[in-house]
Design a protein around this ligand. Sequence first.
Ligand code: FE2
Ligand code: FE2
Length: 376
Amino acid sequence: MQASCNVTARAQRLVQIPRGRHTITSAAGHYRNTTRTSLAAAERIEMFKSLEGWAADNVLPLLKPVEKCWQPQDFLPDPRLPAAEFAEEVRLLRERTAELSDEYFVVLVGDMVTEDALPTYETMINTFDGVRDETGASPSPWAVWNRAWTAEENRHGDLLRTFLYLSGRVDMRMVERTVQYLIGSGMDPGLENNPYLGFVYTSFQERATFISHGNTARLAKEGGDPVLARICGVIAADEKRHELAYTRIVEKLLELDPNGAVLAVADMMRRSITMPAHLMYDGRDPQLFQHYSAVAQRLGVYTAGDYADILEFLVGRWGLEKLGCGLDGEGRMAQEYVCGLAQRIRRLQERADERAKKMKKEAVEFSWIFDREVVL
Ligand SMILES: [Fe+2]
Ligand SMILES: [Fe+2]
């Protein structure tokens, strides 16, 4: 790390300490401030308009043609089979899940519910100035991307939902109720219609989902279900491709407007990255999201360490430590803050882990698994 990226005392004061024992998310009350990106909204719209040709050449190729995409049906029992053979496929599916734990299913349901709130995410991206779909079928490459990205993502929730339904391991009615509540609630990650913040957020999120689906794949394999491992694996691969697209957009912003872009990265991290399903509710547990996150943390599916790793990865991917000319004083402060943050999060997490070890373990009932208890 370059000397300029050491965390200064002032930058340290700007760190928002993640809340709670399981610090990967903050469900509400995140940092509020007007973003100090250097361009005004009108200039941003102009800029993204001028980048349409670039987006067509550099972002759209990261979509996969529908004909080359996997579909949920590729991984599920084939309903064209005679009833007895179909039932046999379902029986085998259930047999394969037998060794997977209740807590694994809690995490898989939480992941599926998160994927299923896709209408919220498409809406959120359509709030970004300069890239929103003005008609619903706009030919702008930004709008084309958003619709096709949504269509690719839509397969994730579909596949996980059908798998969970066939597994018989979860209370589908409670899962469905959670999805309805969540879509009804929306999300508020504090992006202020600003595509700079928006694409930093989506870069982070795609990598977070890549990591968590990769970990559910690994656990499925270890637990004796190679088909579920493949399911989670192909979803993770999509997330990786989407991460590439969003990080490429931020890379372009850093090239054209390094000061504005690094301020956006810093602003986003100061708010802390709120997970997309932070308003999750099943009608019973007001802390459902925190409880699901705690189980994901304990199983190693998505942890505070992953949060710091993602940040570190993005700092490297975007070459933030090397940004030199083009930054003013405020930009350099933002650079220092962002480049030192992962280390600081890790230190705070170590202390939180120490405290957590001394606390009594709590068990919570999850409606998704028929009110059985899971240790957090
Ligand atoms: Fe997804
Ligand atoms: Fe995604």
